[in-house]
Design a protein around this ligand. Sequence first.
Ligand SMILES: [Fe+2]
Ligand SMILES: [Fe+2]
Length: 279
Amino acid sequence: MPCIAHISDLHFGYNDPLLVDALRQSLWQIKPDALAVSGDLVEHATIREFEQARDFLQSLPKPQIVVPGNHDLPFYNLWLRAIEGLRNFRRYISDDPTPTYVDEHVAVIGFESAHHFPVKGGKITEQQLESIVQRFAALPDCLIRVLVTHHPFDLPAPATARSLIGHSRLAVRRLAPVVDVLLAGHIHISSSGSTSSRYKTRNHAMVFVQAGTAVSNRHKGETNSFNVLHTGRSAEGEKQVKIDRYAWDQGPSQFTCHRSLEFRLGKEGWAQVRHLSAH
Ligand SMILES: [Fe+2]
Ligand SMILES: [Fe+2]
């Protein structure tokens, strides 16, 4: 089964070196077809932090689809944020605003939801939204189409719209017919589900997948984690995605798979089919 690893919110500057080494080791064991990195690579957007993040990414499997988060612009100094923006991210990490990976099974495209303003929240401009829809609509329908942003379009209840990307309802209505899976971070709490619970988009629903913080000590009451997505087809020929959530295990000092969820594309869109296992 083709496999995409999804890590997020590395926050170099507030990272744990033990976790950095363990994550690298896990990813080389998994050997994904592609690696999605959904933003907040650094904490203060300093050159030193970006150098650390760059060196780490260079030591991981490729190809990589990397998008910036709100911390990848100077976050605590608004004057600097306005002057520098994504300059250091572009210089040290990636100068591609729409990183793309396409093979015969899957298409993964990243878009930037972190802008100068809002400082913490994210947005997709009308121009970006049009570009996303066009890019995904041009792809063969047989592919599983994955959009990577830093800020989430959906989260499980009781999260409110304030936690989501700006104008998320409008965006989801446009995206749902042409996108299968949404990968994001920012919240530092992992989750996955169908957008059908929050958004009533007739005959269309996407899978949303949130990664926790992979290697930083900025966890919000949840241990460090990352995701591995396995994409394929069910026996009935439906598109399917299995999401393995790897979490940090203090005892053996390694990331282990703690939960697997499976989603399939039916007549009403993507829905969770069953809970596979609790490791
Ligand atoms: Fe973050
Ligand atoms: Fe963030």
